[in-house]
Design a protein around this ligand. Structure first.
Ligand code: NAI
Length: 291
């Protein structure tokens, strides 16, 4: 295959691996843009929840007049759910959005590498894990990069595109064009712990948790200072609940291990909350309670 084979027009069938907080939103934006999507998760219940969430989100777009009912149903008809990863062998691009755990992700990319033809591009939605290390675990490191969507995916404009050391220009340009086709704004960054987004965001969230831990203020007060005083659309503790406290903790550990700098140490309260299973919105409890 030559580099010219990477035209974004050839990326028509997309695999999304992981149907959690991020995976269902990623699957939705691809399907909304006219692409065929295979969404895979090893937990059937997650797939059911994902389909309901996509349906609900599309319904809101219809209510606001941003989509027609026909576009709503067409989008759903392009989105297929599976528990078996074998279906990904027929995809032009696989975007991985499983749990933020390097060993698990690498194990899965090895399996995918054996399953998918050489032309298939791989992207990871990881928040902080080294793309260079994950790419090196496959036989196609030049066809591997980070495609970091923001939460909630259908509403957020940014896709942070992370080049692994090995990523080819052809791969990068194809994924960049595809991101534009989704109506997103891609921003190029290089592979470093936390990239740009989480290197800046996560220490702020961690500091908000320290502020709560030290009893400086209640959770609502901390969030109000940042929304009313800094014009942030959402306070850091509410945002941590939205992201998932397990994901926040994992990212802080990646920053701490990657830079060996104590300024990135995770707050003990964050560790405790995750140990207790209080992972935020997805578990019904984090710094706030959810239905
Ligand atoms: P999540 O915990 O909501 O969902 C993960 C999904 O992966 C679950 O449905 C789980 O069943 C599935 N899964 C785990 N192992 C699997 C396997 N071996 N095969 C198939 N499915 C498997 O996690 P979330 O929040 O969606 O995060 C996914 C990725 O996106 C992580 O890398 C995270 O760092 C990243 N991310 C998360 C953001 C957020 O706001 N939550 C924002 C941007 C990136």
């Amino acid at each position: 295959m030559t580099t010219t084979d990477f035209s974004p027009d050839t990326l028509n069938t997309i695999g999304v691996l992981g149907a959690g907080t991020m995976g269902h939103g990623i699957a939705q934006v691809f399907a909304q843009s006219g692409l065929t999507v295979h969404l895979v998760d090893n937990q059937p219940a997650q797939l059911d929840t994902a389909l309901k969430a996509v349906d609900r989100s599309l319904g809101k777009f219809v209510e606001k007049g941003k989509l027609t009912s026909e576009q709503h149903s067409d989008t759903l008809s392009r989105l297929h759910i599976h528990t078996d990863i074998d279906v990904l062998a027929g995809c032009d691009l696989v975007v991985e959005a499983i749990t933020e755990n390097e060993a698990v992700k690498i194990d899965l990319f090895r399996k995918l590498d054996a399953l998918c033809p050489a032309k298939t591009l791989f992207a990871s939605n990881t928040s902080a894990i080294s793309l260079t290390r994950m790419a090196a675990a496959t036989s196609r490191p030049d066809r591997f990069m980070g495609m970091h969507f923001m939460n909630p995916v259908p509403l957020m404009q940014l896709v942070e595109l992370i080049r692994a050391l090995q990523t080819s220009d052809a791969t990068f340009n194809a994924i960049k064009s595809l991101s534009e086709r989704l109506g997103k704004t891609p921003i190029e960054v290089r592979d470093a712990p936390g990239f740009v987004s989480n290197r800046i965001l996560m220490p702020m969230i961690n500091e908000a948790i320290f502020t709560l831990y030290e009893g400086v203020a209640e959770a609502e007060a901390i969030d109000s200072v940042m929304t009313l005083g800094m014009n942030h659309p959402m306070g850091p503790l509410k945002l941590a609940d939205l992201i998932g406290l397990d994901t926040c903790l994992f990212i802080m550990k990646v920053l701490y291990d990657g830079f060996k700098d104590p300024k990135y140490r995770p707050c003990p309260l964050l560790t405790q909350m995750v140990d207790a299973g209080y992972t935020g919105r997805k578990s019904g409890r984090g710094f706030y309670q959810y239905d």
